[in-house]
Write a protein that binds this ligand. Structure first.
Ligand code: ARG
Length: 290
């Protein structure tokens, strides 16, 4: 295990308390009055004079009546595209449930992983959800809700490979560009990394795994659930996940820094979904107990 991050509490901040205050209440009451089932109409969230929501505007979104989620739909089972090219997955469904609670229409904006993080920082999306790890560096650039999952990064190798957790630094490692897997692995040995020369960042996790299949890298570091999915998808290539954990992290929803009203609403909705079992129901749809 290279690193253990303890940002869950930092990310959690005290926002769950806000759910007890005005914003949490308005998040719930917006539901009836706003446009979840009527996309395109003016949302109560914008507080326009035409919206007859009894609660005053508590938050604003990038586009009236909509909740824009930036993501990188290359990360099963959190986000991926179905056969028709529509985004699906745990993050997408949780975001949909949050949007429903807030009376907003969910719009999923699919892009590169780095771009998804930048979009929310720059105020081009309202939330970024992409199995995003809470890290110290990211906390300096964006705000995070309470954590909603633990991410465990693992190492994929070819069956029979001599790569082990301990000699990873002697090999070439593939990762998805911009992910914590890339950031930590390419860090200097002093900081628990293997140095940039040992790490290649690919556009997606799937491409990194393809590079492993083709022998261009000796191992791939990636979050556990996508790893399982990629190993299954490449069954013919004989891939396997090394025993053990490379790093353990917390996933949370990212928002633009300082957007406290929307943060309170989204975090309040997330916590309601956790409390009433909706969240677990979504997870269970995608993750079968092993
Ligand atoms: N948890 C890792 C990170 O935050 C990887 C996330 C990659 N997500 C994605 N949708 N491609 O850096």
């Amino acid at each position: 295990m290279k690193k253990i991050l303890a940002f869950a509490m930092a990310a959690a901040m005290t926002l769950s308390l806000a759910a007890c205050g005005g914003n949490g209440g308005s998040a719930s009451s917006n539901k009836g009055g706003a446009s979840a089932s009527n996309p395109g109409s003016v949302s109560g969230s914008q507080g326009g004079s035409s919206a007859d929501a009894s609660t005053p505007a508590a938050f604003t979104t990038v586009e009236a009546g909509k909740l824009h989620m930036s993501t990188n739909a290359e990360f099963p089972p959190y986000e991926m595209l179905d056969d028709a090219g529509n985004p699906i997955g745990i993050d997408v469904e949780v975001a949909q449930a949050i949007a429903n609670k807030l009376g907003l229409e969910l719009v999923v904006d699919d892009m590169g992983f780095d771009a998804a993080l930048l979009a929310v920082q720059n105020g081009q999306s309202d939330i970024a959800m992409a199995g995003i790890t809470v890290s110290e560096d990211r906390l300096a650039k964006m705000d995070f809700t309470d954590s909603y999952a633990t991410g465990v990064q693992v190492v994929i190798v070819k069956e029979g490979s001599d790569v082990t957790m301990d000699n990873l630094g002697d090999h070439m490692i593939g990762t998805q560009m911009g992910t914590t897997g890339y950031i930590y692995a390419s860090d200097t040995p002093d900081n628990g990394g293997y140095g940039e020369d040992h790490v290649i960042g690919y556009e997606t996790g799937a491409v990194a795994v393809q590079a492993l299949v083709n022998g261009q890298v000796d191992a791939v570091i990636i979050d556990n659930l996508p790893a399982q999915s990629y190993v299954e998808a490449n069954a013919a290539a004989g891939l396997t996940i090394l025993e053990g954990t490379w790093v353990e992290e917390d996933y949370a929803i990212a928002l633009q820094k300082g957007n406290t009203e929307l943060m309170a609403a989204v975090n309040g909705a997330l916590n309601e979904l956790k409390a009433d079992g909706t969240f677990q129901g979504i997870v269970d749809k995608y993750i079968t107990a092993d």
